[in-house]
Design a protein. Structure first.
Length: 149
């Protein structure tokens, strides 16, 4: 399998998203850090599903529910601006925004590689992860407003 194989590209994008989560975790407080390490572990399970296409999927409905629950919790704790947000209000927020954009790329790579049918929960989990990272980044930014609008 070549380095340009779509599966390898998707695995690399998911791995890169996990690496950026690790970088953000290094800047996070304990609560957010615990969440980010769990998200990294989730991405390793996604990579396992993608790397072993003939095996049963590990990622499933329970993983999606965990993300949905975390998303709702953090939305309740975070003011989400109605304006367009330019990343960079805080270091942690910017790192989370990079992780979010890499997760979006990973989602596109998974779809391009045909995994929407083979691994539907993996694709949905990565999609939901990027939503959660957007909210976490806005939470990290707080009420700073320089880049809104």
């Amino acid at each position: 399998m070549g380095k340009d194989d779509l599966r390898i590209v998707a695995l690399g994008d998911v791995d890169e998203a996990s690496s950026f989560l690790g970088l953000a975790r290094a800047e996070a407080d304990e609560e957010v850090g615990r969440l980010l390490i769990e998200l990294q572990r989730l991405l390793y399970r996604v990579m396992g599903d993608v790397a072993m296409p003939k095996e049963d999927n590990v990622i499933g409905e329970d993983d999606l529910k965990v993300l949905d629950d975390a998303l709702e919790e953090w939305r309740g704790r975070t003011e989400i601006p109605k304006e367009f947000v330019i990343p960079g209000e805080s270091r942690l927020g910017a790192l989370l925004d990079v992780a979010r954009s890499v997760a979006r790329r990973a989602e596109r790579s998974l779809v391009a590689a045909g995994y929407a049918r083979e691994h539907p929960y993996a694709v949905r989990v990565v999609n939901r992860l990027s939503d959660l990272l957007f909210v976490l980044a806005r939470n990290a930014d707080g009420k700073k407003t320089l880049s809104k609008g």
